[in-house]
Design a protein around this ligand. Structure first.
Ligand code: ADP
Length: 354
């Protein structure tokens, strides 16, 4: 493999050439640049010590690192204010990093923004499609903006309308679409340019639960049809669990865990016991650890104690609680969720943390 510097200088030459060609309206040339497809080993997204401190002094992102492989669906999971949108902003070149670097398919977002944008596409939380125009015209306009040749654009739009389930509506003005339909059109719009990396910023925010699940189905379907990398942000755990190959859990601008949802959940075993304690939760945890029922990863938040059971039977745990004369209530077992993972790592629930 070439040392990084050499790959970079090759990319720089390409930047020069393609920027030149972009000026005369041939942006698709960016995508057909010789050698682009040869970088199968190049991460689709590579983030190194990326940091953003806003002029107000808010440290929104505190030096994060992660890589996303081509074809992977990667989730940034965290509550409101965690730094997800700021991260997406830096990756999509709309927010200037304070320090560190980020590359999309090898292109540096700070020093090669045109190329980084040429290989990526983003679906924002706010609508960008024009309500007065039909879905079809919106997609055609976007294809023209990207310099996609008409014939290729028609084919692509046909495929995308089908992929997002809008074939029947495509000729209707977007103002007549429901929220979910509009969001699907936004996704189709972002895909017209055949991006290598698709950014979805809170794709289902503001949608009612049924529509949300429909949209998730569409995204799952796209995974199968399109060869692309998806980086999405969400504060919905089920969304991350359902869609993502790997998830980075972000808490106050830092990544506190990064793994597949399955691996994150596996830390907590298959079943957890949860109860409220009337008294000291620390003492309760210590007693259960002493008896070998609770391991290190058992935790308490407020009066609520969470004990991953691992190989222990519930009855063993109940016997231990009884023998220790712990005053407990609301005792229940359930399967762990990513919320437990988040809670254990940060001491806060996703919905509550700021
Ligand atoms: P998330 O997308 O996870 O909700 P954000 O990236 O939007 O988080 O915000 C992270 C932190 O940065 C928050 O404290 C937020 O108030 C702050 N922040 C976001 N945008 C700006 C901005 N333009 N100027 C100053 N502070 C900002």
């Amino acid at each position: 493999m070439l040392p990084e510097g050499e790959t970079l200088s090759t990319n720089k030459l390409k930047v020069k050439r393609s920027v030149d060609s972009a000026t005369d309206g041939h942006r698709p040339a960016l995508r057909s640049i010789e050698g682009l497809g040869e970088h199968a080993d190049t991460p689709a997204v590579a983030v190194m010590q990326l940091r953003k401190t806003y002029p107000s002094g808010v440290e929104a992102v505190k030096g994060i690192d992660f890589e996303v492989a081509p074809g992977e669906v990667f989730g940034l999971l965290g509550p409101n204010g965690a730094g997800k949108s700021t991260t997406i902003g830096m990756l999509t070149t709309t927010v200037k990093p304070t320090s560190g670097s980020a590359r999309l398919a090898g292109y540096d977002v700070a020093t090669q923004p045109l190329l980084a944008r040429s290989v990526s596409s983003v679906v924002f939380q706010d609508a960008v499609v024009d309500g007065a125009l039909s879905g079809l015209v919106n997609l055609e306009l976007h294809a023209r903006l990207w310099g996609v040749p008409a014939e290729q654009a028609n084919r692509r739009i046909g495929q995308l309308a089908e992929a997002v389930g809008l074939v029947e509506l495509i000729e209707r003005p977007v103002s007549s679409y429901s929220g979910g339909q509009r969001r699907r059109l936004e996704i189709a719009r972002a895909l017209v340019s055949s991006p290598r990396v698709l950014f979805l910023d809170e794709p289902t925010v503001g949608l009612d639960p049924r529509i949300r699940h429909e949209l998730l189905d569409v995204i799952v379907g796209l995974r199968g049809r399109e060869e692309m990398t998806i980086l999405l942000t969400t504060h919905y755990l089920d969304e991350a669990q359902r869609l993502c190959d790997r998830v980075a859990i972000i808490h106050q601008g830092e990544i506190v865990a990064l793994d597949s949802p399955e691996a994150l959940l596996a830390r907590l075993g298959r079943e957890i016991l949860e109860f409220r304690v009337d008294g000291s939760t620390d003492a309760a945890l210590a007693a259960l650890r002493e008896r070998g029922i609770a391991r290190e990863e058992a935790f308490a938040v407020g009066a609520r104690v969470t004990v991953p059971l691992h190989q222990h039977a519930v009855t063993d745990a109940l016997t231990a609680i009884d023998s220790e004369r712990l005053h407990v209530s609301e005792i229940a077992t359930r399967v762990p969720t990513l919320d437990d993972v988040y809670l254990q790592l940060t001491g806060a629930r996703l919905g509550e943390a700021a």
